[in-house]
Design a protein around this ligand. Structure first.
Ligand code: ASP
Ligand code: MG
Length: 404
């Protein structure tokens, strides 16, 4: 008997018909003799709806109450899915994150899973029932409060539960067929990948490929749980995310992210300690810094540019302005019209000249590069927001090849 965790995203649960469709898939898996744990997201875009509602009530909703509110979305789904499964005469029981024993830090809105004590879920499976767990949420043993794991957090719930329960696979059911070589809305000829390694997927997720939450991939890596990203609308195979793949292409995929902003602290005196002076308070304010570039100094003065999530831009500007005053820098610039373009491939490790090819392709496409950063299997460039389409298309054509 196999043991499967099946996670269904919001689009797959958007209305009663789709919930019935999800139940049908779960029941099929159960009847085939598998242990099934189902993890659900909130229906459709209901989390966005709840956030919108909160902002109509308060400009600064208390984080604890925000989490109380948002966790309700997944509770609705879990109960409806349980009812839909029971309609097939298969016993099913739903659990909130707290009931499922998902223990987290007390950081509202971005809690991290510390431990999973899934006694009730196990008991439910031992009794031959299907367990349904609300994604994206847990409880802090310190504060005793309900927490959420951050947007897209149901993916993390699913893979972490799969690890805790010893499942053989975590299936992520979604509204696309799998992981693609690029966003098909930008590159219509992008292809579904059959396989991608954990580390490639982690880089792609961090680079803006929206299909999986990056933290879920980290759980996959840590506990070696293969993740199968597949469509909830048909039975076809999706993309397997796992430790090793048959092929190691030089470039597996191109991702883009338009959700970052670039900050520049201008006229910074070039002396030891200024980078620490800029970035320590950013860290203290919880700002997530991505790329950093410090220009060559001229006459002892330099510029430091870095990218942050657009949602944190206001905080980052406030921090940067106060630091700039302290260190005698001349000012702070904010640029929200940027886009980060990333190419990822495990084969890059043993291949030289990939960065040069990327830069040549962008230059031939008339795209100017403003910032560059690399890892062993990734190269990212910041470009103008308007150049996103041209850059992604050209890189896909030049480095992956359009399907003929
Ligand atoms: N419902 C939450 C969100 O929209 C969590 C999830 O869907 O994974 O972010
Ligand atoms: Mg999602």
């Amino acid at each position: 008997m196999a043991f499967v965790v099946q996670k269904f995203g919001g689009t797959s649960l958007a209305d009663a018909d789709r919930i019935r469709n999800v139940a049908r898939r779960v029941v099929e898996t159960h009847r085939a003799g598998n242990n099934v744990v189902v993890v659900v997201s909130a229906m459709g875009k209901s989390t966005d709806g709840l956030i919108e509602l909160a902002t109509q009530i308060s400009d600064t909703p208390h984080p604890r109450e925000m989490d109380m509110l948002l966790t309700a979305g997944e509770r609705i789904s879990m109960a409806l899915v349980a009812m839909a499964i029971e309609a097939h005469d298969v016993p099913a029981v739903s659990f909130t994150g707290s009931q499922a024993g998902i223990l987290t830090t007390a950081d509202h809105g971005r809690a991290e899973i510390l431990d999973i004590r899934a006694f009730r879920v196990r008991e439910c499976l031992d009794e031959g029932k299907v367990a349904i767990v609300a994604g994206f949420q847990g409880v802090s043993p310190d504060s005793k409060d309900v927490t959420t794991l951050g947007r897209g957090g149901s993916d993390a719930t699913a893979v972490a539960l799969a690890a805790a329960l010893g499942a053989s696979v975590c299936e992520i059911y979604t509204d696309v067929d799998g992981v693609f070589t690029a966003d098909p809305r930008v590159v219509p000829s992008a292809r579904k990948l059959d396989e991608v390694t954990f580390t490639e997927m982690l880089e792609l997720a961090n680079a803006g490929a929206g299909v999986l939450m990056a933290r879920s991939v980290e759980f996959g890596i840590r506990y070696n749980i293969p993740i199968h990203v597949r469509s909830s609308f048909h039975d076809g195979e999706g993309t397997w995310v796992k430790e090793e793949t048959m092929e190691e292409p030089i470039i597996r995929g191109v991702a883009h992210d338009e959700s970052e902003a670039k900050l520049t602290v201008k006229g910074v005196p070039d002396r030891p300690g200024v980078a620490a002076a800029v970035f320590e308070p950013m860290g203290d304010a919880g700002v997530n810094i991505d790329m950093i570039v410090q220009n060559v100094s001229s006459e002892g003065i330099t510029d430091i540019s870095f990218t942050v999530p657009e949602a944190q831009a206001a905080t980052a500007v406030a921090v940067a302005q106060s630091v700039a005053a302290d260190i005698d820098a001349t000012g702070v610039d904010l640029d929200t019209d940027i886009s980060k373009i990333t190419v990822v491939g495990a084969g890059m490790k043993s291949e030289s000249g990939v960065a040069a090819s990327m830069f040549r392709i962008l230059s031939d496409a008339g795209v100017n590069i403003e910032m560059i950063s690399t890892s062993t299997i990734r190269i990212s460039c910041v470009v103008r927001g308007d150049d996103t389409q041209a850059a992604v298309e050209a890189l896909h054509r030049g480095l992956i090849g359009d399907a003929s």
